[in-house]
Design a protein around this ligand. Structure first.
Ligand code: SAM
Ligand code: SF4
Length: 352
């Protein structure tokens, strides 16, 4: 935001006194919370085998925060120093009237209070929404895509059409948004394809990030059968590519390398083989208004109850501040055979 400048009687210009900004959100480990991820729905038009079970029981719609409530909550976080919002799900673009929320939130970009408004999507609805998202100030998006083989794509997602997603990615790029491809590394499914996917993504100027399967929510498969440690994937990649570590840090879990042969950037998200919590700057809001302080821990704060009990944003802000005092030091994921998922919530609930 522009500072107010007023003239002094001497003809000098000086800054007018401003109301002090509310204190930023700092957790007990001195991490500043500047990043909020919001799952706007637990529903999805796909059923990726590592993410959901085929017959998911979705939440009744009445339990969801309305778009107005989501907007209000985001405003409270932004007023307390959150600079980046990521809209996710479930599949965020299948929520009815979701563009209404983007339209509302884009005012914080215009005012300068918010640095970035972005989303993570499976890409199926992008041909419809890419232009409007770009016009509202969404500059970068993450699209999740685990394979470039249409048959495998159908098998992984249990219902998706690869060309629809590829068209969506093309529409996003054409609209001027920077696209990053997220791929979950799956041992017997896409492990062999990863080098070619990198060549494809980097050839189109898109960064790519590989993700380890995390034990979130019950699914039909045993995740130990899906899990490919990225340390192994990286070793294999090094027989084809020269990987130069980069110092880029986003406060997030990814560690980046430059692939010298393609010139593109490759990220590794390794919650299982490497803990990434010490620099965590984020919290996550579910579509029912539960604020999770850590993707891998159960403790949460019920902001929906507070929000519906009082129209006063100061009350809501106090609940947020209290919740942040409970942010844990980190997660302790382990993938173990024939154990229930380490965290009962699916990724689609807490938001990936
Ligand atoms: N539907 C959108 C999408 O697929 O991008 C947004 C939500 S999805 C839950 C966000 C990300 O989480 C995706 O990149 C997906 O591949 C990843 N994901 C889902 N379940 C996961 C799991 N159990 N372990 C690791 N990543 C997972
Ligand atoms: Fe849907 Fe995304 Fe989960 Fe796939 S990963 S089932 S697209 S929410």
């Amino acid at each position: 935001m522009l500072d107010d400048i007023s003239s002094t009687p001497q003809g000098f210009t000086a800054e007018a006194p401003r109301a002090p900004s509310p204190a930023p959100l700092i957790d007990p480990f001195q991490r500043a919370i500047s990043y909020l991820r919001i799952s706007v729905t637990d529903r999805c038009d796909l059923r990726c085998a590592y993410c959901m079970s085929d017959n998911m029981q979705f939440l009744p719609k009445r339990d969801l925060l309305t778009l107005e409530e989501l907007d209000r909550l985001c405003g409270v976080f932004i007023a307390r120093g959150v600079r980046k919002l990521r809209i996710t799900g479930g599949e965020p673009l299948v929520r009815r009237d979701i563009m209404h929320l983007f339209r509302r939130l884009s005012r914080h970009l215009d005012s300068g209070a918010l640095e970035e408004l972005t989303l993570t999507t499976n890409g199926t609805q992008l041909t419809r929404y890419a232009d409007e998202l770009a016009s509202l100030g969404v500059r970068r998006i993450n699209v999740s895509l685990d394979t470039l083989d249409a048959g495998k794509f159908r098998a992984i997602t249990r219902r998706g059409d690869l060309p629809v997603v590829l068209d969506g990615i093309a529409a996003a790029r054409k609209a001027g948004m920077k696209v990053k491809i997220n791929a979950v590394a799956l041992r017997d499914v896409n492990a062999d394809e990863i080098p070619d996917m990198i060549a494809w993504a980097h050839g189109l100027g898109m960064d790519m990030t590989l993700i380890e399967v995390m034990p979130l929510g019950e699914i039909e498969a045993d995740r130990t059968d899906q899990f490919l440690p990225l340390s192994v994937a990286r070793q294999r990649l090094e027989s084809r590519y020269t990987l130069t570590p980069l110092s880029d840090r986003t406060g997030g879990p990814a560690r980046y390398v430059r692939v010298e042969e393609t010139g593109g950037k490759l990220g590794f998200i390794t919650p299982l083989t490497h803990n990434f919590c010490e620099s965590c700057n984020r919290v996550r809001l579910t579509c029912t208004g539960q604020l999770y302080l850590c993707l891998g821990q159960e403790d949460s704060a019920d902001l929906r109850a507070v929000l519906r009990a009082s129209p006063d944003d100061a009350v809501l802000a106090a609940a947020v501040v209290e919740a942040i005092t409970r942010k844990p030091k980190g997660h302790d994921f382990v993938i173990e055979r024939q154990r229930p998922a380490a965290v009962p919530r699916h990724m689609s609930v807490t938001g990936g």
